[in-house]
Design a binder for this molecule. Structure first.
Ligand SMILES: [Mg+2]
Length: 296
């Protein structure tokens, strides 16, 4: 093959790769904010006789962000609609949270629904069966050391570690604003020095073990377990989340479900299909589903 032919083949291949990657890239998306827009989007995706799997993040999605995780409360309108959807035989409900699964259950307080905690590393299914993602001994031992170092070097002054046993969240919301960038950078560097993955969150840094498992993998696992490998033919899927870690689920469900990213920023780049400005819009979506899905 001549040099020119090799060069043109390489150029063609990289164009194809760019095109493929381009399709899967995060981008700005349309905003859905009122009931008419919600009606347009949802009624063109789901019919009243369809089965629905509703997969939802908790903090910042069902509950407005709170100064401390223990203070987060689900929006009363969302709570009422979820309660109703949880008893609808055509609706499957799962909470996929960065909290521990037990903690998410204590917050949502609904029985017989599925709770995935620690970004999906642990799943408690509605029928009490459980999934635990395997983490090797060395990584587990590093976890305890990482917690200790974060607490001794950065704890206090408004910063603290939420220890969820498999993953943690380092919170710095109450640190004086001028010092926050330093806390964020130092926490990120400590987390990465233990080989954990650091993700920026709202006034916090999440540390996740270096495993190929995230909210996206957890969402697909739940759908396969409940509906089989051919779940896309059996069930419509709606996902909503507000954070970087939720993007994994939005990416995994691209083309197989409908995703909403909660964000105040209209220019945010996301894998979701639509942006919604607040948890109030999530309440409207849940109310629409409650009113429009068949109950029998
Ligand atoms: Mg969240």
């Amino acid at each position: 093959m001549s040099l020119a032919a090799v060069i043109s083949l390489l150029t063609f291949s990289s164009c194809v790769l760019l095109a493929i990657e381009g399709r899967a890239m995060a981008k700005t998306v349309p905003t859905v904010r009122d009931i008419e827009q919600i009606n347009d989007v949802l009624s063109s995706y789901i019919g009243k006789d369809d089965k629905l799997a509703l997969l939802l993040d908790f903090d910042g999605t069902l509950s407005p962000l709170a100064p401390h995780p223990s203070l987060a409360e689900i929006d009363p309108e969302s709570e009422a609609a979820l309660k109703n959807l949880a008893t609808n035989p055509n609706t499957y409900l799962a909470i996929i949270s960065g909290r521990s699964a037990e903690d998410a259950r204590e917050k949502v307080k609904l029985e017989k629904i599925t709770y995935a905690g620690n970004h999906g590393l642990e799943i408690i299914f509605w029928n009490k069966s459980r999934y635990h993602h395997e983490i090797d001994e060395e990584t587990r031992q590093k976890y305890e050391k990482m917690v200790t170092e974060l607490e001794t070097s950065l704890g206090g002054n408004g910063a603290w570690v939420e220890n969820k046993k498999q993953s943690l969240t380092f919170h710095y919301r109450d640190v004086p604003e001028v010092d926050q960038p330093t806390y964020k950078a130092r926490a990120t560097s400590i987390i990465e020095s233990y080989g954990y993955v650091a993700n920026a969150a709202h006034a916090a840094v999440e540390a996740k073990p270096p495993v190929i498992w995230n909210k996206g993998e957890a969402a697909l696992y739940i759908l396969r377990e409940e509906f089989g490998d051919n779940w896309p033919e059996k069930v419509k899927v709606i996902f909503a989340g507000d954070d970087t870690t939720d993007e994994d689920a939005m990416k995994a469900l691209k083309g197989g479900g409908l995703s909403f990213r909660v964000s105040k920023r209209s220019e945010i780049e996301t894998y979701a299909d639509y942006r919604v400005p607040s948890t109030k819009t999530i309440s409207l979506i849940l109310q629409w589903l409650q009113d429009n899905m068949n109950q029998v």
